[in-house]
Design a protein around this ligand. Structure first.
Ligand SMILES: C[S@@+](CC[C@H](N)C(=O)[O-])C[C@H]1O[C@@H](n2cnc3c(N)ncnc32)[C@H](O)[C@@H]1O
Length: 386
């Protein structure tokens, strides 16, 4: 149950944020702490509507700006390899939902280390949080930003933290921007590479649709989109095509839609009168638990999500989705071997588990192509994945 429904609606309309993604309790307590509504949600929502500054402060408090340098290292290895092959000048890259800057700065360092001269690339970085953008521009970081290893030679460390060298910091242009605004970056040249990672998981289904449309518009025809581990399947469902590469979550733009053969459509018989569907039975308890586990995983509560999956598997050992979710949780914690084992088990139970096939196409090194082909065949056969 979402507290303060009028405020939840306002926030959802503003940035697409789904209050359930971080747990209804978190949403309620953040709103209470930020707004001091004393149960008066209606007037509070009106105050928010009349003050863009107040709304922005609430959004800053609600978003999850968690990020770190070189998050999912393989992604940056793939970027370096692909950028070396690009002959466009300059190579244009967008970090969409850049949070406090670790992602776009990692992109800059990766390209410099790949021997690409600074004048050969341009990096734009957008985020809806002004607080995060201000921190990104400061470019001084604490310990939590270095989960994949200590600060490298581009940083100097002093009592304030690790400061990024000015010659790297100036390579990123930070912009305040909203991914669910249909005019996002309108008028800008489009991009060779777009990073849109770990943000879709916080958005409502309607907002995701707008993000998909924006990214299709902003990505060049031969461009590459990098996603978060839990988000690749959502993009592929929208028609993006996965790029098999061990450990990196990447896809290319959807193919242009094929023209429908008009004659066949005309010959289709009129639909028969179908019996009214009876109301859907409510799902069994273990399925509801699995849904809770998925919500916890999306909110970053990985340990709790994993424990709930274990409970599901204790009563329903053949639940392929529970094995799959265990794999996602392992993957999110960087335990790729273990993740692969869980995805393999999901596929053993259900050889047509589309999401597990996709993740295996990323993780399984030498067999990546085999899994990608199986996923592709499945999507062709069922026509439901893009
Ligand atoms: C978990 S961080 C992801 C950072 C980085 N992409 C990464 O993967 O490490 C999510 C970021 O998405 C931003 N965000 C959420 N909704 C947004 C929207 N509608 N438009 C732009 N940014 C948004 C938040 O402000 C937050 O900084």
């Amino acid at each position: 149950m979402i507290e303060c429904a009028p405020i939840a609606t306002l926030v959802q309309e503003a940035i697409g944020y789904d209050p359930a993604s971080t747990g209804a309790g978190t949403f309620g307590s953040t709103v209470r702490a930020q707004m001091q509504c004393n149960g008066q949600c209606g007037p509070c929502a009106e105050r928010l509507q009349s003050s863009p500054e107040r709304l922005q402060a609430l959004l800053d408090a609600l978003v999850v700006p968690e990020t770190w340098f070189f998050r999912d290292r393989q992604t940056f290895a793939l970027l370096a390899a692909l950028a070396r092959e690009r002959h466009t000048h300059p190579i244009r890259i967008l970090s969409a939902a850049c949070a406090t800057g670790e992602e776009p700065y990692s992109i800059a360092m990766t390209l410099l280390d790949a021997g690409i001269a600074p004048e050969r690339f341009e990096i734009d970085a957008v985020d809806v949080s002004t607080r995060a953008i201000e921190a990104a521009r400061r470019a001084v970081y604490g310990k939590s930003s270095f989960r994949e290893g200590p600060p490298n030679a581009y940083f100097t460390v002093d009592e304030d933290g690790a400061r990024l060298a000015a010659e790297v910091a100036r390579l990123v242009r930070f912009l305040h921007g909203n991914l669910v605004d249909r005019t996002l970056l309108a008028g800008e040249e489009i991009y060779d590479f777009v990073f849109c990672r770990n943000v879709l998981i916080y958005l409502s289904a309607g907002a995701r649709k707008v993000v998909f449309e924006n990214l299709k518009r902003l990505l060049k025809r031969d461009g590459v989109l990098f996603t978060g581990p839990a988000e690749l399947a959502a993009f592929v469902t929208e028609g993006f095509r996965p790029l098999p590469h061990a450990g990196a979550y990447a896809c290319t733009r959807p193919a242009a839609p094929r023209a429908k053969p008009a004659a066949r459509a005309a010959r289709r018989p009129a639909p028969a009168e179908l019996p009214k569907p009876s109301p859907a039975p409510s799902p069994p308890a273990w399925k509801r638990r699995l849904e809770d586990a998925r919500r916890l995983a999306d909110a970053g509560e990985l340990e709790r999500a994993s424990a709930l999956c274990d409970e599901v598997l204790a009563v329903e050992p053949l639940a392929a989705d529970a094995h799959f979710l265990k794999g996602l949780v392992e993957e999110a914690q960087g335990r790729m071997r273990s993740a692969e084992e869980w995805f393999r088990k999901a596929l053993y139970i259900d050889p047509d588990h589309y999401d597990a096939l996709l993740h295996m196409s990323v993780l399984s090194g030498g067999n990546a192509e085999v899994y990608a082909r199986r996923a592709h065949r499945l999507s062709e056969r069922e026509g439901q994945h893009g």
